[in-house]
Design a protein around this ligand. Structure first.
Ligand code: FMN
Ligand code: SF4
Length: 507
């Protein structure tokens, strides 16, 4: 359908309607939006759900899906003549193995994941029900913006999207903008392998997240709220649409727009996400300026993760001190995702700072003899079991030479070849680098090639080269992806040296 007068921010949706990067699409979308055809084509080739025209089944190649037999699924589907694309993590590690059908609906072949039991004393209480009373929003209005920010500060809420940045700082920075001159954006692009907590918040407590986002918009004086949802999470999009309808009486002052992602892990990075909303390739911007100063279309923008916002209603109604006391070593409760070799993979709301053993006990215990764990998804690399008593929090994991990230814990038992687990992480980053800066674009390839060459030849100089390149990636990359893309290899080499001795590749 031709939409004359469509604008750049509609480029991605129009591309989806028109069939992605198929022949002639760029010209049609260009004609509708006034964006040059070559530019539109560049956008279409950036996003994995648009890049290859045609309908196909996509099968997840994330580490937990591999462990759960995704290769056999691919072979079985191909044997029936189906066209299959192998793709990076689909954010369903608790239900592995998984795929997406041609309409991008999730195909869940594994058992459903577990959720921590309902408990009204938990700040998020994932297994509870949304009541859509929006009493926390009413309370926020009674308190006023400055008092809400003071409660966030007392609650010590750290951003749950990966960096752990104190929420009250960002809220305060946006608060000082002229009214109506700012945006609030919910980062619901959850793409870190091993992480699926935001998915569960959107499915089970969409009203809670929406209320937290509405409080953020009230405090920021924003009239427009964007929710950028991972395109592979169609069921979350439907759940959010239902919640927006159910909450309509409370939110008539707020223009809420759901923006669907089109398949690019890097769009979880906040400035890449802004580029995607604006209708461009999702390439991170140089910072500063930070989004709070210059975000969407150059306006001050408050962006928070789904879980961060889902913490806000209980902080407003029960107070920052109450929330802070829910934590063990750092403030608050936390939605921990756990998958891999554990009895009941799933999402567990526990005090921030539990240990791996405490988390895995809640998740049905270890399967087999545990060897390693990834505390914060692929970006955090691997730790050996000697770190099993380390608090799983932002500070504790930095001290351990890793990071908490978005708390997607993957447990690996001693049947796993750690060199191949490392290679798997490298392949993920090689696929997902946006390619904008040289240390990351080239470094990701060199890392994987160096490991392959070592595994083929046994020549240790290839691993030394990989370590030199890792330093350059860390120092010279624009965004966090390039800075951690070498970690799967460097941490595996450091903690599991035996896995790299005397061997040849066995794919
Ligand atoms: C490569 C990369 C991927 C990221 N992916 C996500 C993501 O999927 N979801 C998310 O909330 N934050 C993600 N982040 C962090 C965001 O850039 C940003 O810090 C976050 O949305 C801020 O919200 P918070 O303060 O509530 O955590 C990612 C960062 C990087 C570098
Ligand atoms: S570090 Fe990698 S992902 Fe980040 S901007 Fe550079 S090339 Fe892109």
């Amino acid at each position: 359908m031709e939409r004359k007068g469509a604008r750049r921010f509609q480029v991605l949706d129009l591309l989806q309607e028109e069939g992605g990067a198929a022949a002639g699409t760029a010209a049609r979308v260009g004609a509708q939006t006034g964006v040059p055809d070559a530019d539109v084509y560049g956008v279409s080739t950036f996003y994995s759900l648009l890049r290859k025209p045609g309908r196909r089944t996509r099968v997840c190649q994330g580490l937990t899906c591999k462990l759960a037999g995704s290769d056999a699924r691919v072979a079985a589907l191909r044997a029936t003549g189906e066209e299959v694309e192998e793709v990076s993590c689909l954010g369903q590690c608790d239900r592995a193995p998984v795929g997406l059908d041609a309409d991008h609906e999730a195909l869940l072949w594994g058992e459903p994941g577990s959720i921590s039991p309902a408990d009204t004393d938990l700040p998020m209480n994932l297994a509870g029900d949304d009541d859509f009373s929006f009493s926390a929003l009413a309370r926020a209005r009674e308190l006023g913006p400055n008092a809400v920010i003071a409660e966030l500060k007392a609650g010590g809420l750290q951003g749950r999207g990966g960096a752990g940045f104190p929420a009250h700082f960002k809220w305060n920075a946006v608060r000082t903008q002229p009214p109506g001159d700012s945006y609030v954006v919910v980062n619901a692009d959850e793409g870190e392998p091993g992480t699926f907590k935001d998915r569960e918040v959107m499915l089970r407590r969409p009203g809670l997240m929406l209320e937290g986002a509405a409080i953020a918009a009230y405090v920021a004086g924003a009239a427009v709220l964007f929710i950028y949802v991972r395109g592979e999470f169609k069921d979350c999009i439907r759940s959010l649409e239902g919640a927006i309808t159910a909450a309509a009486d409370h939110l008539d002052w707020l223009d809420i727009r759901i923006v669907e992602g089109h398949g690019a892990y890097i769009c979880g990075e906040e400035t890449a996400l802004l580029e995607a909303i604006e209708g461009r390739r999702g390439m991170p911007r140089l910072k500063p300026p930070y989004p709070t100063e210059s975000g969407l279309w150059g306006k001050s923008t408050l962006m928070n993760n789904v879980e961060t916002l889902a913490c806000v209603p209980s902080i407003v109604t029960r107070g920052g001190d109450w929330f802070a006391a829910q934590g063990k070593t750092e403030p608050g409760s936390k939605l921990y995702c756990v998958s891999g070799h554990v009895g009941r993979p799933g999402v567990y709301e526990l005090p921030l700072g539990v240990t791996l053993d405490e988390l895995v006990e809640a998740a049905g215990g270890y399967v087999g003899t545990p060897q390693a764990f990834s505390p914060g998804g692929a970006s955090s690399g691997f730790l050996p079991m000697s770190f099993r008593d380390t608090p799983l929090d932002f500070g504790g994991l930095v001290k351990a030479g890793s990071m908490f990230g978005s708390s997607g814990l993957v447990v690996l038992n001693d049947t796993i070849d750690m060199a191949m687990a490392a290679r798997h992480g490298l392949v993920f980053f090689e696929d997902e680098s946006c390619g904008q800066c040289t240390p990351c674009r080239v470094g990701c390839v060199v890392q994987r090639q160096s490991l392959d060459r070592y595994l083929e030849t046994g020549d240790a100089s290839h691993l030394e080269h990989a370590e030199d390149v890792a330093w350059e990636m860390d120092e010279g990359s624009i965004c966090g992806l390039g800075m951690v893309a070498s970690w799967p290899l460097t941490t595996a080499m450091k903690h599991f040296p035996a896995a790299f001795e005397d061997r040849t590749i066995d794919e």
